[in-house]
Design a protein around this ligand. Structure first.
Ligand code: T4K
Length: 372
């Protein structure tokens, strides 16, 4: 990387002076992990900020997905999911000994297409695991109607959907459980981190036990738990980043507006606009390249940007279904997933983060516009 490299994202970093003061406090207390004071403060602050009933912090965004299935007692059967996500989504199903069943996506959102879900349901189906891809809300009403009709659980992988609201209501309230990632590359981060959002105190209690090896008290283990705890230092980072996340989302929105204003109308280039009634978080800016119309393939544009030290990322290419572990599953066939297969070949996520300057964004725009 050179000095003028523009990366796809850049972490929101806590104020160092304030962090040092919190660290001193943590060091003085000698309580550095295992659900300490900063952990408790962050859970409370996030429940308020996100407007959700209950939240449990985790050490990353993958363990919550694995734990969510355990918390809902989903131990065998098939889970309907999307092929168009980060591979952690499907891995969580696999790690629970469950069978992923892939359903194609809706090109209007890149999310699982609810109209195709029913055809994938069998007597073995136990749950649906959709992803709010790029933070764009799934059609949660349609998915819930199907889940209710067939008695299925719904776990939303909301790794990208921090702070997203639909009609003023938190998107994280949809389904039985939602999971979040607070990885450094996300809109809001705790360096590494994640969370589970659920609806009842009873469920939170169960999740909290599972997060801590299953311990109910010093001598009682109530289930096959895991170590998913977030430590005090990262909880402190989370508290500080929460103070600046609204400004960061505002800065991202300005970047999105600048991209859209400049790139609209270029033949073969398309992107998403805001959805009515949705408070977006602008976590990613996916651009879709129709090679025939644009005169250059997505990979051509990816390489060209790279030559200009602009590091776009092809999220989500390759599709999860093309990886060795999953490719032999019947539902992984490209014939079953024509939309996801096409979009995975067309997508490139442009640099999108709070620290981009207008000049950075214009550099990206110039390359895409001039194609050289
Ligand atoms: N579900 C979904 C839908 C997800 O997208 C993810 C994670 C998960 C579940 C699992 O959550 P976690 O267990 O990860 O919390 C990244 C992230 O590692 C991953 O969190 C994320 N999704 C995925 C979409 O992207 P990479 O391999 O693309 O990251 P990397 O290291 O190439 O970084 C990308 C760019 O970010 C770099 O070019 C520069 C910048 N960067 C990155 C890091 C780590 C920085 O500037 N500073 C940094 O510290 O996976």
């Amino acid at each position: 990387m050179t000095d003028n490299t523009i990366t796809v994202t850049s972490p929101l970093l806590p104020d160092l002076d304030k962090l040092q003061s919190m660290m001193r406090d943590i060091w003085d207390s000698r309580w550095v992990t295992n659900l300490g004071e900063y952990h408790q403060r962050l859970e409370k602050a996030l429940a308020e900020y996100l407007d959700v009933p209950y939240i449990s912090l985790f050490t990353n965004g993958t363990i919550p997905l694995i734990t969510a299935l355990q918390a809902l007692d989903i131990r065998q059967g098939e889970v309907i999911t999307t092929p168009y996500s980060f591979v952690a989504t499907t891995h969580s199903i696999w790690w629970n000994g469950l069978k992923p069943v892939f359903v194609d996506i809706d090109p209007a959102t890149c999310n699982i297409n609810p109209a195709l879900i029913e055809a994938a349901i069998t007597p073995q189906t136990v749950a649906i695991m959709p992803v709010h891809c790029y933070g764009k809300p799934c059609d949660t009403d349609a998915i819930q109607r199907i889940a209710d009709r067939y008695g299925l659980k719904v776990i939303y992988d909301a790794a990208h959907a921090f702070g997203v609201k639909v009609g003023g209501k938190s998107l994280l309230r949809a389904g039985d459980i939602s999971t979040l990632s607070f990885h450094a590359t996300k809109v809001y981060n705790t360096l590494e981190g994640g969370a589970i959002v659920c609806a009842t105190a009873q469920m939170k209690q169960k999740i909290d036990y599972l997060r801590n090896f299953g311990f109910e008290d010093e001598t009682t283990v109530v289930g096959p738990g895991i170590n998913g705890k977030m430590d005090e230092l990262r909880s402190a980072c989370g508290l500080l980043n929460l103070q600046q996340v609204d400004a960061a989302i505002g800065a991202r929105q300005s970047v999105a507006v600048r991209y859209r204003d400049a790139l609209r109308g270029i033949p073969g280039i398309s992107f998403f606009d805001d959805m009515p009634g949705v408070r977006h978080n602008y976590s990613y800016f996916p651009l879709f390249v129709d090679a025939g119309l644009y005169g250059m393939s997505r990979d051509g544009l990816y390489a060209l940007l790279k030559r200009h030290n602009i590091l776009g990322r092809r999220y989500f290419y390759p599709l999860i279904t093309s990886f060795e572990t999953y490719r032999s599953l019947p539902s992984a066939s490209p014939d079953n997933l024509p939309v996801a297969t096409r979009i995975a070949e067309q997508v490139i996520c442009l640099p999108m983060h709070h620290a981009l300057t207008d000049a950075d964004v214009d550099r990206v725009i110039d390359v895409i516009t001039n194609r050289k």
